[in-house]
Every structure is written in C-alpha cells, then in structure tokens.
Design a protein around this ligand. Structure first.
Ligand code: DX5
Ligand code: ZN
Length: 242
C-alpha cells in the first residue's frame, strides 16, 4: 500500500519527539498541550491502557476527542483485541494509531482495516498505522506485516508505566529492524518508546530512531517547556545528517 501524505510530513521532520501525556496534569491538559505547541513540538503521544493488556487504566476515545490541539495525535493502544476497538480511536481523531503485535490474533486484519479508514481531522492526510513490540518480542514477528504498516514502535520499557529505565538492547533491536526494512525495500518510520531522558535522547536519535517518545522527562511537574525545548534541540543535529 502506498504511503499516505502524513507519512511524508513525519519523514520530513524526523527525528522528532512525540511527547507522552501520561505524566501531564490531566486536569489542565489543554494548557499542557498549549505549552507543547509553543515549543514547536508536533506530536502528542497518548497512552491508552485497558487494565487487561497492561495493569493500569487510562482514558479512551472520548478523552482523545476532547484533546483540542493542532498537534498530531499519536495514539498508542495498550489494549487487548484492538480489532473491534480501533475504529473508535480513529473516529475520536487519532492521526496515528499503534497496536501491539502481542494484543490479539488478528493484527494483520487490524492493519488492513485501518488502511481503509480516513483521518477525520483532515481527509487528505491519511493515517499512520503503527505496530508496537514489547521488549521481549522478537522483530521477526513484524516480517509478515511490513507491507501494511507505516510505523514500527519499539518499546524500550515494559509497557504500563511511565518513568522506567531504558532497556539498552532496544538499540540493537532498532538495527535489526532497519536491516529488515532494507530487505523489504519499504520505507517505514521507526519509533522508540519508554525511558528516554535528557541523558540518552541523543544516543537514541543517533541510532536512527525517527520518532522518539518522551513522557516523564518532559512532564516532570516542574519545567515542561524548558524540557521539551531541550529534547527538540537534542534531536535536531541528526535531522540535518539524513
Ligand atoms: C509505557 C508507555 C510510554 C511511557 C513513556 O507504557 O507506552 O509511552 O509512558 O513515558 P516515559 O518517557 O516516562 O518512559
Ligand atoms: Zn507509549
């Protein structure tokens, strides 16, 4: 399937950050998004947890619909059986929807289904279909899915909580994914999610990640604006070299 226009938009700004809202002030999320907009951040990463695939629960489609922002909504579904649920997230205004390869028996069908859906924010934009891998899942599981996705999201922590430590072997996994994509001759965005801090973000960008999720290092309860600006400037040098 050819890439949608949103793919090129993201390709042009990669590497970039997608800021996780998990540790933002949920009761002031509108102004938290305003802070991100002022810094030039372009993606907001929304972690959806269902209390089954992961123990914690967060909010679902009505909350995503309520997020009023020009930021692209990067929705990471840590939920079981996304096949019957993914349409609600697209209808709520997701620009990117990532499902876990471990979350159900029909991931290929989920991707095919999303390939037929329109972006409700802008019908010409298209959707990014992402597949996430837990740290313990081998990259080979992606092989049959490559033609039906635009984003591979490698979890650098076990999903379920913000503020965990980065698992170093994720960077080796990233190299494996790059080799797999070269074999398939398909251009796909690669994201890294979890444990990205001010001290390791440059290493993650240097390793070739396109979209770097960073949550608690930005929304630390103190200086979100300053933190976001730091993270954006840390990845900037790697954009010029590509
Ligand atoms: C883990 C989530 C991540 C996480 C990122 O379950 O998918 O998006 O919240 O947060 P930090 O950057 O704090 O690891
Ligand atoms: Zn996430």
């Amino acid at each position: 399937m050819p890439h949608p226009p949103i793919f090129q938009t993201l390709r042009d700004i990669a590497p970039t950050i997608s800021v996780g809202l998990l540790t933002a002030d949920m009761l002031s999320v509108g102004s938290e998004l305003g802070v991100l907009e002022r810094t030039g951040v372009q993606l907001a990463h929304v972690d959806v947890m269902d209390g089954c695939f992961v123990p914690m629960m967060t909010l679902g489609p009505p909350w995503i619909r309520a997020l009023k922002s020009r930021l692209l909504k990067d929705v990471h579904l840590m939920i079981q059986e996304p096949l019957t649920k993914v349409a609600d997230y697209v209808a709520a205004g997701a620009d990117m929807v990532t499902v876990h390869v471990e979350s159900g028996p029909h991931i290929h069908r989920v991707l095919q289904l999303m390939g037929r859906m329109a972006n409700i924010n802008d019908g010409t934009r298209g959707l990014i279909r992402g597949v996430a891998l837990n740290p313990g899942t081998p990259v080979e599981t992606l092989d049959p899915l490559i033609d039906e996705l635009e984003l591979i999201l490698l979890l650098a922590v076990n999903p379920g909580w913000g503020g965990q430590s980065f698992i170093p072997s994720t960077l080796r996994k990233l190299q494996k994914v790059r080799r797999m994509l070269a074999d398939h001759q398909r251009e796909v965005l690669v994201g890294i999610d979890g444990g990205v801090t001010k001290s390791n973000i440059a290493d993650v960008a240097a390793a070739g990640a396109d979209i770097i999720i960073t949550g608690s290092a930005v929304f630390d309860g103190r200086a979100a604006e300053e933190n976001a600006l730091f993270m954006l400037s840390a990845v900037e040098p790697y954009r010029k070299r590509r």
